[in-house]
Design a protein around this ligand. Structure first.
Ligand SMILES: NC(=O)c1ccc[n+]([C@@H]2O[C@H](COP(=O)([O-])OP(=O)(O)OC[C@H]3O[C@@H](n4cnc5c(N)ncnc54)[C@H](OP(=O)(O)O)[C@@H]3O)[C@@H](O)[C@H]2O)c1
Length: 377
């Protein structure tokens, strides 16, 4: 089930705190950054916060610029993004500004919390998600039932920590403010947890007034059948590589990337690259990886098209090459059609030997684009 694109947004002090312990919200950003945040809010379908932030800050979470609100309306969107609150207990102040400003509101909670929220008369659509709160179910519900494609998460630290450690964040927009808090009782941005092992990708950094904005993308593949946000980023890269293939009337154009469990790229390739007119993408990529690299055993191969199961031009098909390399997880955008080989089933070859194959159909159109002439398009 598809999820919205999840953008985490936060400002921290130089010593890594989200707030101080005083009764008023600590203003970490300056005017220029508040305006940038307003612009980001105007660009999303929904803004999510945790119950702790509603209790501590009593925020409105509005798009403040009339011009940006007008542009949303002119573009066929609602004036304000949907406001989303998350609470296990359902124990929230019904008079909080969150419920009485802006557009529609929804509260995701537990079955027990829903009872409390109804009793309190919270002015929101209350959605119970069962005995506990499952983030994947919440994101699927936002996508399918509320039409949310871009979700901005504005804290607090408990929420950010969970979305990042569960591999569900597509992007982190972090602002570093030039001040210290220095109080160990103050809330930190990220708590303890199982974060990805390797490095995140820095996609942008720039000063905004006296703060610095840093945008990062998590890079770690998902585990087993559960896709992570980074799986989508890597598969999108494989689709970009597919578009670089020399054209052919007799073979598909495919891109492939091999990524270690900590998010380190080990190798990439595409069909017919270099001087080899018949090389396949997975074959080209795996040939560049060190076959003795122990990281291959927990790596993921991203291939814009399912690895092949039968092949005339080489002794071993790509599904076999993947297995022989020790890789046990493949993420792909579409299954091989009967264009050249009837009943090709690379997925069957892979799963038959214990590998996991994850198909992310959201990328199918991009993976097919360089192959349109072979598909009668
Ligand atoms: N600097 C910034 O950019 C920024 C932005 C936002 C917030 N903040 C600061 O962050 C602080 C609040 O952060 P916080 O970590 O205390 O709170 P939070 O992340 O806003 O909310 C935590 C609450 O959300 C609910 N929740 C989260 N995950 C859940 C799960 N898996 N299952 C059930 N319920 C879940 C729980 O609500 P219940 O307790 O109702 O069960 C939990 O107490 C405040 O000091 C605020 O000022 C700073």
């Amino acid at each position: 089930m598809p999820h919205p694109y999840v953008l985490l947004s936060a400002a921290v002090s130089l010593d890594g705190y989200l707030d101080d312990t005083g009764p008023e919200r600590l203003l970490l950003s300056g005017p220029a950054d508040f305006d940038r945040v307003d612009e980001v809010r105007a660009s999303v379908d929904a803004i999510l916060v945790g119950a702790g932030t509603i209790r501590a800050d009593n925020p409105r979470l509005l798009v403040n610029s009339p011009e940006r609100r007008a542009a949303r309306l002119a573009g066929g969107q609602t004036e304000y993004p949907l406001k989303v609150a998350v609470s296990g207990s359902g124990d929230l102040d019904p008079a909080a500004r969150f419920w009485h400003t802006g557009g529609e509101k929804v509260l995701y909670t537990t079955d027990e919390g829903a009872g409390r929220a109804h009793a309190l008369g919270l002015a929101a659509d209350v959605v119970p998600l069962g005995a506990g709160l499952d983030w994947r179910r919440l994101l699927e519900h936002l996508y399918a039932e509320r039409g949310v494609r871009r979700l901005m998460v504005e804290g607090g630290g408990t929420i950010h920590t969970q979305l990042l450690t569960e591999g569900l964040a597509d992007e982190l927009q972090l602002v570093l403010a030039p001040l210290f808090v220095g109080d160990p009782r103050a809330p930190r941005l990220f708590g303890p947890g199982s974060y990805q092992g390797g490095r995140l990708r820095l996609v942008e950094s720039r000063p905004v007034g006296d703060v610095v904005l840093m945008r990062y993308e998590p890079t770690a593949p998902g585990a087993g059948p559960l896709p992570s946000a980074a799986d989508h980023h890597w598969l999108a890269l494989a689709c970009e590589l597919a578009a670089e293939c020399p054209p052919s009337e007799t073979a598909f154009s495919v891109g492939a990337v091999v990524v270690a469990a900590d998010g380190t790229e080990l190798a990439r390739g595409h069909s017919r690259e270099g001087a080899d007119p018949v090389v396949h993408a997975e074959e080209a990529a795996l040939a560049k990886a060190d076959p003795t690299d122990p990281r291959l055993a927990t790596a993921t191969v991203y291939s814009s098209l399912e690895p092949c199961a039968h092949r005339a031009s080489r002794p071993a098909p790509c599904a076999r090459l993947v297995l022989d390399a020790g890789v046990r997880r493949v993420v792909t955008a579409w299954r091989e059609p009967d264009t050249f080989v009837a009943g090709a089933d690379g997925t069957g070859v892979l799963t038959g030997e214990g590998a996991t194959v994850v198909v992310l159909p959201e990328h199918e159109d991009r993976a097919k684009a360089p192959n349109g002439h072979l598909l009668g398009r």
